[in-house]
Design a protein around this ligand. Sequence first.
Ligand code: 5GP
Ligand code: MG
Length: 185
Amino acid sequence: MGSRMSNKTLLYTAEQIAARVGQLGSDIKADYEKILDPEEQLLAVGVLNGAFIFMADLLRAVGGLPVEVDFVRLSSYQDRDSSSAEVVMTKNLEKEIKGRHVLVIEDIADCGLTLAWLLEFLKKRRPASLKVAVAVDKRARRETVVGLDYVGFKLEDGFLVGYGLDYAERYRNLADIYQMETGGH
Ligand code: 5GP
Ligand code: MG
């Protein structure tokens, strides 16, 4: 692939991702078939931009489970001196989530602060249930307890790109997930 690819190492192939996402889809289908009333639809809330490919794949893997989608977009600025993040919601929900069964779909849990903030935000709106699916759970830098119900891959640390994940808005459309040498991780 040439020098432009040389700072990235293949971590999860498209085939591995498809197999894992297929399993998660089956789990989600089985779990929500027990919970949803006949006329109810699951409300999947995707976190833009990183989750867009994972969400598209995951929701096609839940069989015929009835699903509605909504999206938020978050920007977080980690405060290095405290275990908090300043999170700014740059795109809000468009649907009412009160009384709904909500599944948040996020790309990565790293420090966990972005997800913790979002779950707090959503809980205040009183959904009937609230669960989380992440493509990758990176554990080494976790700073807060955040419940992850459906996890694609578990990893200690590393900066990942591909499958929706970017480095400076590049590489989101790569089909595989790569670990990148950034110096920062
Ligand atoms: P945290 O859990 O630290 O609050 O932040 C999670 C967010 O940081 C994720 O939603 C994701 O956008 C971004 N992030 C964390 N780790 C990585 C990574 O390895 N690669 C990319 N591209 N983004 C990451
Ligand atoms: Mg994100």
